[in-house]
Ligand binder design. Structure first.
Ligand SMILES: [Zn+2]
Ligand SMILES: [Zn+2]
Length: 173
């Protein structure tokens, strides 16, 4: 997952990268991720006018806890990767707006792994769902409503009305 920038600039193109990476160490302490398969990474590295272009995609499957019922939800992360890099002797100051989204690299070795990891983590869904129409858990007894209806009366009150109701109670105290 790493290469020498000067070599890429000289050759113009490097052999495609095909790797399978285990990112489970990135997920330590995340209770919403139940299990993950290694991530398949395919990247092409080319160079043009001093700029390194890295294009490809990441693919992986994992199991996350459904955000409604907490059962396992199968999640597929399949995302394109596009980044551009250039070698510099000194990084530009943070406050200096660069005209293009080119990542600056000091030194001759470019390791793509941190960029791949960042992209993959960003692509994990915030609200994974086991099915599109998951009914979730009963707010009264915790029963998984996909399995059976528990019979609790869960007042289907509009949250805006609920807020009004609270106001009304406060006024009377
Ligand atoms: Zn669910
Ligand atoms: Zn219930």
């Amino acid at each position: 997952m790493q290469f020498r920038i000067q070599e890429a600039l000289t050759k113009g193109k490097l052999a495609p990268i095909h790797e399978t990476l285990d990112f489970s160490n990135l997920l330590k302490g995340r209770k919403d991720v139940l299990s993950t398969e290694p991530v398949r990474v395919e990247l092409n590295v080319s160079a043009e006018e001093g700029i390194i272009h890295v294009d490809g995609r990441l693919e992986s499957e994992l199991e996350m806890a459904c955000s409604r019922c907490l059962n396992a939800a199968a999640v597929k992360v399949d995302v394109p990767f596009h980044e551009q890099f250039k070698q510099v002797t000194v990084l530009s100051p943070d406050d200096e707006e660069s005209d293009e989204d080119i990542i600056e690299v000091v030194g001759d070795v470019l390791d793509l792994k941190p960029y791949v990891e960042d992209l993959w983590l960003l692509e994990l869904p915030f609200v994974p769902m086991c099915t599109d129409d998951c009914k979730g858990l009963c707010s009264e007894c915790g029963q998984n409503l996909n399995e059976r209806e528990c019979g609790c009366s869960r007042g289907k009150i509009d949250p805006r009305l609920a807020a009004l109701k609270d106001l009304f109670i406060d006024d009377n105290q």
